[in-house]
Structures are given as structure tokens and as C-alpha cells.
Design a protein. Structure first.
Lengths: 233, 212
């Protein structure tokens, strides 16, 4: 995230509207926790409580994204709440963000040069397929493992270290598409093309932030949980 | 667009760190990705994770291992180490560093130092974006879905040479995937769609064809 705003961590007594107005990317965090708009001047704690959201987990994600590079405090994080956040985040990318970029891409690339348009779309579809696979692995393997760990069952065949090792940077190829369009796509600059490029730039950053939460908050929380449950760490 | 330069800034003071980072992000002509390292104890772990091109570190940081050992420990053998001088430092202890930046350096001086550090290997590269005839042939083969072995046999070169060419192509174009090379090849008329129909996994149907 960019350093545009107030320094220091946000606390539960800060107003939710200050957080969102100072850091508009936190809108995404809020909606992934299922918090609707229209919260007036209420504090972060009040808004979370009204919506059944774990305040400490919410603040842990917010403060981690605001200050990438800090060590996340996993002490009070609710793993259930974090998993629900990550699931919603996956839905957002797979069902909303990437399809929206695809639609804009189709509008932006010149369909008269149908060979190029076809190759660009194929590239995008392959990429979206990779993101889907990446996230499906988490949904189908990692989260169920953690959920059974929460009910006290350890799995001798799996631990979070396996996930940590294979967790790749899913946004890298989006940056490749951006480079291709900017450097090699032979079209006059248009509002549509600029629009989709802006979207790709920001989606790339959002995917990186999503991964950052997984690597620096989710994984350490699970390592801790494994240690507490006497599993491997 | 220049390739991204990954710079890790290891400095516990938030005032110094943020100051350095804000200067780095304004440097002209360099596309810099900053990795912040606040906690000296996290230095080695962060370097392992982020593998920066350049480490900017205060040589007086408590517990800082010698530069050569840090490179070894973290497996970042190519990493260049720059001393961030916040106080008088004796010259002997700076010998292990590749460069040093003082708190009083100007933006131009800092940009010059960083550029010199990274331009050494880059100078050997040909201008980005222009492929040799052989490299173009390789691109065509890749987008047609040929394996390294098939390409080697067709062009009468070793697979080792094919791999070297592929690496050079990826570095010049900043395109690493066959699907990306396909776009490049079509745009530059190295192939047309009929050449590559066979490589399309779903039997030739356009992805989302109805929307085109």
C-alpha cells in the first residue's frame, strides 16, 4: 500500500470513517469482512461488533496492509474470521475483478485485429485459470486442513509449511500482460485501453496485498495453531 | 520501461527509513521496488524471502554479520550491499560494501551510485526489445508449442543453446510465458493465427469466442 496517510497503527477506538477515507483500499478489506457502508461516526470496535466481525482480526489485516514489512501480531487473530476474509477475497478476484477486467479488455482491444485480440484474450484466460487453480488449492486443501485443526484433529500428512513453500506470486503474470500491452500492443492510446491498464495496475497491487496477508498473517497464525495443538510447526 | 530494481532498506529508525524510501521512490529513470526491513533480527529472513538486488543497510546495525557471510547465509550471492552512513564510519569497515550512501548525498548522487551498481551486468545486454534472427526463430518455435528438444533438432543446435536463447528472449522482452510470446509474435507478424491453432488446448475454439 502507498504511504499517503497518517502514520502509526489504527486502534479500535478510531473512527471507521477516518480509516476508510484515509486509506481507500481498506474498502476492500471492509467488504470482505462483510461490513456494509453507512456506519456514521462509529468507532472501528462498534462497527465490527454490530456486524459480528472480530475486531482484532480486522485491525490485524488493516495494520499489516498499511505497514507492509512489519511483523504481524498473530496473538489475538481469530483464524475462523481470517479464513472467511480470505474466502471472500478469493470470490472477489475470481467472480468480480478478473471477469470485469476481461470485459474491459474485450472492449479495449481492437477487434479488427482479431489475431492479436485473440492472443491477448487467450493469455488473459490462461492467467485467470492459473489464479483460479492457485485459489482453489487454498479452498480445497489448505482451509479444510486448518478447519479440522481448529476442531482438534491434526493431520500427519499435511502441515502449513507445505503451503508456505508452494505459495507463489500469482500477480507476476498480470504484470507481464501489462508490459505486453504497454510495450508491444500496436494501438492508439484510447480511454478504453487506459481504463483497462489502470485496472490491471491496481488489480496487480490488490493481488499482491492479498498474498501478503496470506504469507504474513495467515501462515504465522497457523504455525502458532499447529504448535498449540501439538502438531508440527 | 526499465526492469524493476529491488532494494531492501534495513534501518530500524522509522524517520531515517521513511526518508530514504521516499528519496528512492523519487529517483528518476529507476523503477524501484522497496522492501522495508525494520527489525535487524528479521534481516536474514527478509533477504531470503525477497531476494533484493541491492541491500541498503546501516553498517553500525547491532548484530549485522559480515557482508560476505550475509550473502552466503541468505543465498543472495549477486546482491550488492550499500552502506547507509548516518555517522562517521571508519573506512576499513566499509571495504566489504559495494558502495556507500551518506545522509547528505543529493538525489542525483544517489541515483548515480545506484545506476553504476546495476549497470555493470546490464551493459553487456543488447538493447531490449530487439531480437536476433535466431531468437526470432526460437520464438516462432515456442509459440507453435515445440519442446526444447524439438527446437534443437529443427535448428541443428543443442538444447542447452535453446535454453540460453529462451532466457535471453525472456530478459529482452520481459515476457516469460509462451502465451505472452504468442502475443508478441502475432503483433510482430512472426506467425499468424493459423500457425498456432494446434497449440490451443481446447481444440481450437476461441476462448470466449462468442464475445469477440
Amino acid at each position: 500500500m502507498e504511504n499517503l496517510y497518517k502514520l502509526g497503527k489504527y486502534k479500535e477506538t478510531d473512527r471507521m470513517c477516518d480509516l476508510i477515507c484515509d486509506h481507500y483500499p481498506m474498502l476492500l478489506v471492509m467488504s470482505r469482512f462483510g461490513i456494509p457502508l453507512g456506519f456514521g461516526d462509529k468507532s472501528i470496535r462498534e462497527v465490527c461488533a454490530e456486524n459480528g466481525v472480530d475486531t482484532d482480526t480486522f485491525l490485524a489485516v488493516v495494520n499489516l496492509l498499511r505497514e507492509e514489512g512489519t511483523k504481524a501480531d498473530t496473538g489475538n487473530v481469530s483464524v475462523e474470521s481470517l479464513i472467511s476474509y480470505l474466502r471472500n477475497s478469493h470470490d472477489y478476484f475470481l467472480e468480480f475483478r478478473l471477469p470485469a477486467i476481461r470485459r474491459k479488455l474485450i472492449e479495449a482491444i481492437d477487434c479488427r485485429r482479431s489475431d492479436v485480440s485473440f492472443a491477448v484474450l487467450r493469455f488473459f484466460d490462461e492467467y485467470a485459470g492459473e489464479v483460479r487453480k492457485h485459489m482453489q488449492y487454498e479452498e480445497e486443501t489448505v482451509f479444510p486442513y486448518v478447519e479440522s485443526l481448529l476442531t482438534g484433529r491434526t493431520d500427519p500428512a499435511y502441515n502449513i509449511g507445505i503451503f508456505r513453500k508452494r505459495h507463489d506470486q500469482v500477480e507476476a503474470r498480470l504484470s507481464e500482460l501489462k508490459n505486453i500491452l504497454i510495450k508491444y500492443y500496436p494501438a492508439e492510446s484510447s480511454n478504453e485501453l487506459n481504463g483497462v491498464l489502470f485496472d490491471i495496475f491496481s488489480c496487480q497491487r490488490d493481488l499482491a496485498s492479498h498474498n501478503y496477508v496470506e504469507d504474513h498473517l495467515f501462515v504465522p497464525s497457523i504455525v502458532r495453531l499447529e504448535r498449540e495443538r501439538g502438531g508440527r510447526s | 520501461m526499465t526492469a524493476t530494481l529491488r532494494i531492501a532498506v534495513a534501518e530500524p529508525s522509522i524517520i531515517l527509513r521513511n526518508g530514504v524510501i521516499s528519496v528512492l521512490q523519487q529517483l528518476p529513470g529507476l523503477n524501484i521496488h522497496v522492501v522495508e526491513i525494520r527489525d535487524p533480527e528479521q534481516l536474514a529472513v527478509s533477504l531470503c524471502n525477497h531476494r533484493p538486488d541491492i541491500l541498503l543497510v546501516n553498517p553500525a546495525s547491532p548484530g549485522l554479520p559480515p557482508v560476505h557471510r550475509l550473502r552466503q547465509q541468505t543465498g543472495c550471492r549477486e546482491m550488492r550491499c550499500v552502506a547507509l552512513l548516518t555517522a562517521l564510519t571508519d573506512r576499513e569497515s566499509l571495504k566489504a560494501f559495494d558502495e556507500s550512501i551518506s545522509l547528505y548525498d543529493s538525489v542525483e548522487q544517489i541515483a548515480g551510485k545506484l545506476q553504476r551498481l546495476v549497470s555493470a551486468p546490464a551493459a553487456r545486454r543488447e538493447p531490449a526489445g530487439t531480437l536476433s534472427v535466431r531468437e526470432r526463430e526460437i520464438v516462432v518455435c515456442i509459440v507453435k508449442g515445440m519442446t526444447n528438444k524439438q527446437i534443437a533438432e529443427k535448428l541443428f543446435i543443442s538444447t542447452h543453446t535453446v535454453i540460453t536463447h529462451r532466457r535471453n528472449v525472456a530478459a529482452k522482452l520481459q515476457i516469460h510465458s509462451p502465451a505472452g510470446l504468442t502475443i508478441y509474435a502475432i503483433v510482430n507478424r512472426l506467425v499468424d493465427l493459423d500457425d498456432i491453432r494446434g497449440t490451443i488446448p481446447d481444440g481450437g475454439e476461441r476462448p470466449g469466442g462468442r464475445e469477440l
